[in-house]
Design a binder for this molecule. Structure first.
Ligand SMILES: CC(C)=CCC/C(C)=C/CC/C(C)=C/CC/C(C)=C/COC[C@@H](COP(=O)(O)O)OC/C=C(\C)CC/C=C(\C)CC/C=C(\C)CCC=C(C)C
Ligand SMILES: Nc1ccn([C@@H]2O[C@H](COP(=O)(O)OP(=O)(O)OP(=O)(O)O)[C@@H](O)[C@H]2O)c(=O)n1
Ligand SMILES: [Mg+2]
Length: 170
């Protein structure tokens, strides 16, 4: 695979990364599950999934797509496509994140406990699936993004931990 197709793959997926990373900075407040429990007596999603994090993440991710369009209009064709793609990548990423937390709670893992694989790739697979109908990566590019995202995710989380934004480095 060429270097340029690798760089375009990272450019394509960037809104999903911003959407997934920004709740750490903008999240908080009322949890999406409203404190409700599932029939197993555990929380539906937990206090780590908030409305402010979800909506803020979708907003920043979508905004990223607007900025990307003005930097590389040719990649998207038109602004509408760029915005729709960024919205679907962001909404997909954060929906995948919620599904991941739902699964973690069912597996009796407390908020913030690591779930290797799910934490690093759940949001990504969901983002790719939501965005697929609008614009998609080649299979080689998808494979590349799937391989590098766990490393970027770990790097970003470690960075956020060192900055004091997160209490755990994962
Ligand atoms: C390849 C190796 C070994 C290392 C890579 C090192 C690397 C790429 C470091 C990135 C450092 C960096 C710029 C981090 C962003 C800071 C940040 C906000 C991190 C928060 O990460 C939280 C984490 C939450 O994950 P979880 O919910 O799944 O547990 O999110 C992971 C983040 C990513 C997968 C994406 C990485 C982030 C970016 C490429 C840029 C994201 C930019 C923002 C979030 C800023 C937007 C915020 C606002 C308010 C505008
Ligand atoms: N929809 C979201 C997603 C994340 N966050 C914030 O971002 C932090 C890190 O996100 P994440 O690692 O996904 O949550 P965890 O606290 O690890 O919870 P879980 O075990 O459910 O993944 C959360 O603690 C929370 O402060 C938020 O407010 N709203
Ligand atoms: Mg976590």
């Amino acid at each position: 695979m060429s270097l340029s197709s690798i760089l375009w793959a990272l450019w394509y997926i960037l809104p999903a990364y911003v959407a997934n990373g920004s709740p750490v900075l903008v999240g908080g407040g009322r949890p999406i599950d409203g404190g409700r429990k599932w029939r197993d007596g555990k929380r539906l999603l937990g206090d780590g999934k908030t409305w402010r994090g979800f909506i803020g993440g979708v907003a920043f991710g979508t905004l990223t797509g607007v900025v990307q369009y003005f930097l590389t209009p040719g990649f998207y064709g038109d602004l509408k496509t760029a915005v729709l793609l960024a919205f679907l990548l962001s909404f997909g990423a954060l929906t995948g994140d919620l599904i991941g937390s739902f699964m973690k709670r069912r597996a009796n893992l407390p908020r913030g406990a690591p779930a290797i694989g799910l934490d690093q790739l759940g949001f990504l697979l969901s983002a790719l699936a939501f965005a697929y109908p609008v614009m998609s990566l080649s299979s080689g590019q998808m494979l590349f993004v799937l391989i590098v995202t766990p490393f970027i995710h770990w790097g970003a989380n470690y960075f956020a931990y060192r900055m004091g934004w997160k209490s755990v480095p994962w």
